[in-house]
Design a protein around this ligand. Structure first.
Ligand SMILES: Cc1cc2nc3c(=O)[nH]c(=O)nc-3n(C[C@H](O)[C@H](O)[C@H](O)COP(=O)(O)OP(=O)(O)OC[C@H]3O[C@@H](n4cnc5c(N)ncnc54)[C@H](O)[C@@H]3O)c2cc1C
Length: 527
């Protein structure tokens, strides 16, 4: 259920406090109008922070509901969650917690910490629990792979060293020389560790392990051999700090809370409004033109929609830098996913929340994709997604975006049949692992890479923007464009690595930059 506030397609500004003067071109703040394209987490966060600082804002969201990739849908009594499995920043010891608090995102909901954050099962009955306690984790890893003890020790050491890393309070663009020097001094002790792990490709790192089962387990945790090995270090570090829990109610409750905060601050959320172009006059963004011909004048435009669509379609490729061309021509994107969701009329008290399952025969997804393992998440009623006595099983795996989107477009009947077959096969696989499951399945659903692309417009159905490879991780993409004033970009396409916290942070950073442009002190407020 949407919050009452968001149910209304247009919500008028009722509580803005535009009592501040000043602005880029001498415009009083009360007369400023910021149009934000995209009501995903980045757009909502940007809107909230600008409203907190006295700006009038309006979010144009193409879908009937806000949230973008952070989405859930109903099937009978089950809520199939298309996103949230873990949220970095669920503990007050993380600086991200403050952001979630300011955005009203957590709002008293239960935070579930899974000490065992993944269980990995091998072909010959081997089982490995991946736990957030690093001492225990090291012991368990060494138990199954004593021959890899040196590598395990160095991994755990790096996770301990990097665990305290928190994101910057403000974007680098707004930091003074002194602030940058202080940051460098603070990070100096771990810079070498970061550099060493960041520049190593995960697949190459993994190849050094002698235990095949441990290689499989670590791969299950990271998911893609092309990523930087630092991703593994950070995942273990955040888990050890217990700052990456699960928020009961999942994606829908999370998004509705932030959307409610936004409209409560006086923001206008306009759903079913698809932006087609940014209006530019005399080198300034002065509004947004929607697909239905409606125009929205603005003194500032922030795009939190897909990066490629923004740069190449809405701005017709007129403001590209060498860096942007390079990124969009050469850098890899997070692969698109399939999500099979099952609503099951029974509980699985022995099942872990996240399970990596070895398959007895590979799952053939398409001509170029087959899997020997599947990741299965099991949600009970404590997740807030299903009633007592029932469970939801979510299986996610990678597949070819081009194959499935072409099939959907050109042969919709075959697409529907292929989906049905895949879903049947997954039910069969799960029935082997959880005997009797198939006869208790009440609702099923399969979202393909084409579904994620259709729903959010993310390039190639990417679930998190850029893939954090050694080349990309830690780099920034420009938030502003040369030759175009009063225009900003936010979202996971400007923060490589992506994910909910970085989407929110990028929205906050855009708001901070707008305040700085207007010589206004940025003041966030708690919800
Ligand atoms: C299956 C899955 C699981 C995930 N699990 C996690 C997790 O457990 N933890 C985590 O931290 N992250 C997770 N993520 C990643 C996270 O969901 C994303 O990184 C984050 O939501 C991106 O937010 P965003 O606002 O940058 O982009 P988006 O969510 O893509 O938002 C962009 C918005 O812009 C809108 N839009 C696009 N074009 C237009 C237009 N022309 N006009 C108007 N509006 C437009 C879209 O409809 C969308 O609402 C997951 C993602 C997926 C798909």
């Amino acid at each position: 259920m949407l919050t009452k506030a968001v149910e209304s397609r247009e919500l008028r500004d009722t509580a803005a406090s535009p009592d501040i003067a000043g602005g880029a071109s001498g415009t009083p703040l009360a007369a400023h109008k910021v149009i934000i394209i995209g009501g995903g987490i980045a757009g909502l966060a940007c809107g909230c922070y600008l409203q907190m600082n006295g700006y009038k804002t309006e979010i144009l969201e193409a879908n009937p509901v806000p949230g973008g990739l952070c989405v859930a849908w109903d099937r009978g009594p089950y809520v199939f969650d298309g996103c949230l499995r873990w949220l970095v920043g669920t503990n007050p010891s993380s600086s991200l917690y403050r952001i979630w608090t300011e955005l009203g995102a957590i709002g008293g909901r239960q935070i579930v910490e899974h000490g065992e954050f993944m269980r990995v099962e091998g072909a010959d009955g081997q089982v490995l629990s991946l736990t957030s306690d690093l001492d225990r984790l090291a012991r368990d890893l060494k138990r199954i792979a004593p021959e890899d003890s040196t590598l395990i020790d160095s991994l755990v050491r790096a996770a301990r060293r990097c665990a305290p890393l928190d994101p910057l309070e403000k974007p680098l663009e707004l930091m003074s020389g002194l602030e940058k020097t202080k940051l460098l001094v603070r990070c100096f002790p771990i810079l070498l560790t970061i550099a060493r792990w960041k520049n190593r490709e995960f697949g190459a790192y993994l190849a050094a392990y002698r235990s095949p089962f441990l290689r499989q387990a670590l791969m299950a945790l990271v998911g893609d051999a092309r990523m930087s090995a630092l991703v593994l270090v950070m995942v273990l570090g955040w888990r050890s700090r217990k700052i990456a829990g699960y928020l009961a109610g999942g994606s829908r409750a999370f998004v509705n809370a932030i959307a409610g905060r936004y409209t409560g601050l006086g923001g206008v959320l306009r759903c079913d409004a698809r932006a087609a172009g940014v209006i530019v006059e005399n080198g300034r963004a002065t509004g947004v033109r929607c697909a239905d011909g409606t125009t929205f004048p603005a003194t500032t435009v922030v795009s939190c929609a897909d990066g490629r669509t923004t740069l190449f379609k809405m701005l017709e490729g007129r403001y590209l830098t060498r860096q942007l061309r390079y990124a969009y021509n050469h850098c890899e994107v997070f692969p698109a996913l399939f999500q099979a969701s099952l609503g099951v009329n029974r509980v699985f008290p022995e099942a872990p929340r996240d399970l990596s399952l070895q398959l007895s025969r590979p799952l053939i997804v398409d001509k170029t994709t087959r899997h020997d393992r599947l990741e299965v998440a099991v949600f009970g009623c404590d997740s807030g997604l299903c009633p007592a006595g029932k469970s939801i099983l979510i299986v996610r795996f990678v597949g070819s975006f081009s194959y499935w989107s072409k099939l959907k477009q050109e042969q919709p009947g075959d697409y529907a049949f292929a989906k049905h077959k895949l879903l049947q096969e997954i039910v069969g696989i799960l029935d082997q692992r959880f005997p009797g499951l198939a006869s208790h399945v009440e609702h099923t659903d399969l979202a393909t890479p084409a579904t994620f692309e259709r729903f959010t417009g993310n390039w190639e159905g990417s679930i998190q923007g850029w893939l954090p490879t050694p080349r990309v991780l830690g780099r920034r993409l420009p938030r502003t464009l040369p030759g175009l004033k009063d225009f900003y970009m936010a979202g996971h396409w400007v923060e490589p690595g992506g994910g909910l916290p970085w989407a929110a942070l990028s929205g906050k950073y855009a708001a901070q930059m707008i305040c700085a442009r207007d010589k206004k002190v940025f003041v966030p407020t708690a919800a």
